[in-house]
Design a protein around this ligand. Structure first.
Ligand SMILES: *[C@@H]1O[C@H](CO)[C@@H](O)[C@H](O)[C@H]1NC(C)=O
Ligand SMILES: *[C@@H]1O[C@H](CO)[C@@H](O)[C@H](O)[C@H]1NC(C)=O
Ligand SMILES: *[C@@H]1O[C@H](CO)[C@@H](O)[C@H](O)[C@H]1NC(C)=O
Length: 391
């Protein structure tokens, strides 16, 4: 019997060692180049790193690196900037109708193409118009800096399945910009209700609701055949985020309302210097997976003076985030404010320097929490094997 407890003790010591070694080995690696050179990382770990870190940025060798790096866009002999200063580009001047029915996507693309060439230009989306805009990317590797998207009107998403092909991860996207501001008192409306009704139990991003929601609702959710109210055509199972920023510096979102997104409302991925204030996010408390604000691999993020009402986390902070400061936010309905889930499939996840204060939660499932995934026992045993081999 003492033999048994000795083995248990030995196992616990090993386990503690494992936890210690894995945490010392990697978390400071996020600080940059160390990441690549630190320790003889296991194959599985380096795979994950490459994935989650976006890689590429220190990859001087491979010019055709598939992964997109958040590095500032390099100026490859840009066309000479036409003019500098506060030039306006009104989408109506580019053929947008704003009647809520005509597809204005092309007009928005044309307005962007022009605004992109002028530093500190402004795209104007005038009030009292409703613009139907399909999936669109305001992409900026070769754009001038500090563009303003003045949103005073309403932008709505298409609700016919055709517009979404086989499924897209986002609807409106801004990528690789230096200084981008969305401001105004306009609305971005994802028309999500047609999506929420579809395939309600398919949740690739965040399965946790299934575990928490009372059984009586789970049963009701799992009713097998989703009924589409419209046209009989089914929306794709991949639901888009309404507004997403990727790989950009100095991003500001203020004044606007983002509502009824099919999935997450506002997402920042690989961004540095993010400021969100005086915005509203609004969707019903029972709309599945409609996070308010989702942060990933982003640094220096400030969120304040904002109302977040949605069907999932008001703010969700994922791996790779640091220096996040959230204050004076009204959250609810919603699931509260979350860090994680971190470490899915035994991946490494680092999050640091997160401050959350002066939040009013009402009608929320949780308050503030940290969610982590359980370590896979198999992976743990593999690590154990390696550690023993090192002795
Ligand atoms: C971001 O804004 C800061 C402060 O205005 C400025 O110093 C910095 O150069 C900007 N970064 C980029 C990449 O434009
Ligand atoms: C389901 O469970 C919740 C929480 O336990 C309860 O408030 C609600 O009344 C239940 N609904 C039904 C239809 O039983
Ligand atoms: C933590 O984040 C805040 C901003 O939220 C920043 O001012 C501060 O310098 C950060 N601290 C460290 C140690 O990086």
């Amino acid at each position: 019997m003492s033999g048994l407890s000795f083995r248990r003790l030995a196992f616990m010591l090993l386990f503690a060692f494992l936890v210690w070694s894995s945490s010392t080995g990697t978390c400071h690696a996020r600080r940059g180049k160390h990441w690549r050179h630190s320790r003889a990382a296991s194959a599985s770990l380096s795979k994950k790193k490459a994935k989650s870190h976006g890689s590429g940025s220190h990859h001087h060798g491979g010019s055709k690196s598939k992964s997109k790096a958040p590095s500032p866009p390099k100026q490859v002999t840009p066309p000479p900037p036409e003019k500098k200063g506060s030039e306006n580009f009104n989408v109506l001047d580019f053929g947008a109708k704003g009647d809520g029915d005509t597809d204005d996507t092309k007009a928005f693309q044309a307005a962007w193409a022009s605004a992109c060439k002028v530093e500190a230009s402004t795209i104007v989306v005038p009030s009292e118009y409703v613009f139907l805009v399909g999936p669109i990317s305001f992409s900026g590797p070769y754009c001038e800096a500090n563009i303003v998207f003045q949103l005073d009107g309403t932008i709505i998403a298409p609700t016919n399945a055709k517009a979404w092909g086989s499924g897209l991860l986002w609807w409106i996207e801004f990528t690789k910009l230096r200084g981008i501001t969305i401001r105004g008192n306009g609305v971005i409306d994802g028309k999500g209700s047609v999506w929420w009704q579809d395939s309600p139990f398919d949740d690739p991003v965040d399965d946790e609701a299934k575990l928490i929601i009372p059984l009586n609702r789970t049963a009701e959710q799992n009713s097998p055949i989703p009924i589409n109210s419209k046209l009989g055509s089914k929306m794709p199972s991949t639901k888009p985020t309404a507004l997403r920023f990727y790989g950009s510096f100095n991003v500001t979102v203020t004044g606007i309302t983002i509502q009824n997104s099919p999935q997450c409302h506002l997402k920042f991925d690989n961004c540095m210097g993010v400021s969100v204030y005086e915005i509203s996010v609004s969707s019903p408390g029972d709309s599945l997976n409609t996070d308010g604000i989702h942060l990933q691999n982003s640094k220096d993020v400030l969120i304040h003076s904002t109302n977040l009402a949605c069907g999932d986390d008001c703010v969700s902070i994922q791996t790779g985030c640091s220096n996040v400061y959230i204050h004076n936010v009204n959250c609810g309905p919603g699931h509260g404010i979350s860090i994680g889930g971190l470490g899915r499939d035994s991946t490494k996840a680092c999050v640091s320097n997160i401050t959350v204060r002066d939040i009013i939660m009402h009608n929320t499932m949780n308050g503030v929490r940290i969610k982590t995934w359980q370590v896979s026992l198999l992976l743990l045993l593999k690590k154990l094997d390696r550690v023993l081999a090192e002795f």
